[in-house]
Ligand binder design. Structure first.
Ligand code: UDP
Length: 325
């Protein structure tokens, strides 16, 4: 199948592209390189540098390459930033997604995978969080993804648009060639590994007074290759109907456990210091992913936190300066 991947130069998108190509799919990457890296794009993918806010450019990609499916990763993705600059999210994320959807419909493409988020569940009534949980977006970021999910729901009804919304919990780890390289970096695992590499002095723990087993936040870390597999399975199932899945391992680890595991993996002491809470962080987020296991036979291969951190560490050791090295 020919697949258009927006944001295919970014962390998650680039690994999904790699896995699609390994599965013999044909891939066109559309990315503005705002966060992404040209070197992260698999050499067998067609790369187009462009912005989703440019409707003519988006239409031209559909007209020229005639994709049969779209995977949409290109997005601003930081909860904290969205609380400071909501229009980047409620504006750009939504408008860019809308441009893409309009072009897809216009060019008769009816298969779409949306990268969505656990930030739809700011106030969960049950843990783990399954797809029956009520939606309470935690920030303009989560809201922007929810708006796109709602658009997809209507397009399905009106145009038979088949979509999957995949709500990731904490994507982590690396493939051999591709890993996490954000500037600046906000995510706990790469930050901890930068301390081990000597690029930072210490890691700040954002709050140790949460109602969790050691007072630090609990998150469900999911390996990027397992996430990629979920995209491929969802794509193949689309013709049987639209679907929404929560994606995680169903197991939570505290920030302190992440740091301790990274100490074991790297052999580095990784100094840590407790700081104030980061605004907007819920205490615990654990995914209930039985639905995708049941429906699609999805089975994570790297469910163990140690393996996830080891893969990220291997990538950081081979790319100490990220993609610039
Ligand atoms: N975190 C931390 N120090 C850091 C970065 C993150 O203590 O320098 C914590 C953060 O408060 C959250 C967890 O690590 O509880 C995971 O944060 P991350 O930004 O990696 O992912 P998020 O859960 O926000 O998607």
């Amino acid at each position: 199948m020919k697949i258009l991947v927006t944001g295919g130069a970014g962390y998650i998108g680039s690994v999904v592209v790699e896995q699609l190509i390994e599965a013999n799919e044909s891939v066109i990457v559309f990315d503005n390189l705002y966060q992404g890296h040209k070197d992260a794009v698999h050499p067998d993918a067609t790369f187009i540098e462009g912005d989703l806010n440019n409707r003519a450019a988006v239409n031209a990609v559909f007209a020229e390459y005639r994709p049969e499916a779209v995977m949409h990763f290109a997005s601003h993705t930081l909860v904290g930033e969205s609380m400071e600059n909501p229009f980047l999210y409620l504006g750009e994320n939504v408008a860019n997604g809308l441009n893409l959807l309009q072009s897809a419909v216009r060019h008769n493409v009816r298969r779409f995978i949306l990268s969505s988020t656990a930030n739809l569940f700011d106030d969960p009534e049950r843990m783990p969080i399954d797809e029956a949980e009520r939606i309470v977006p935690g920030s303009p970021y989560g809201e922007s993804k929810y708006i796109l999910e709602r658009m997809l729901c209507w397009l399905d009804q009106i145009y038979n648009f088949r979509y999957a919304a995949l709500r990731y919990f904490n994507a982590a780890g690396a493939s051999v060639e591709r890993g996490e390289d954000h500037h600046p970096e906000y995510h706990i695992i790469p930050i901890v590994l930068q301390v081990a590499l000597g690029q930072r002095e210490k890691v700040m723990i954002f709050g140790d007074d949460y109602p969790t087993r050691d007072g630090t936040c609990v998150r469900d870390y999911i390996h990027i290759l397992d996430l990629a597999q979920a995209h491929i399975l969802a794509l193949r199932a689309l013709d049987k109907g639209s679907r929404v899945y929560n994606l995680g391992n169903g197991q939570g680890f505290t920030v302190k456990e992440v740091i301790e595991t990274a100490r074991e993996v790297t052999g580095h002491p990784i100094p840590a210091e407790v700081a104030v809470r980061r605004p907007g962080d819920p205490a615990t987020l654990i995914a209930g992913s039985d639905k995708i296991r049941r429906d699609l036979g999805w089975q994570p291969k790297y469910a163990n936190l140690r393996d996830i951190i080891q893969s990220a560490w291997d990538w950081h050791l081979s790319h100490p300066d990220g993609y610039s090295s």
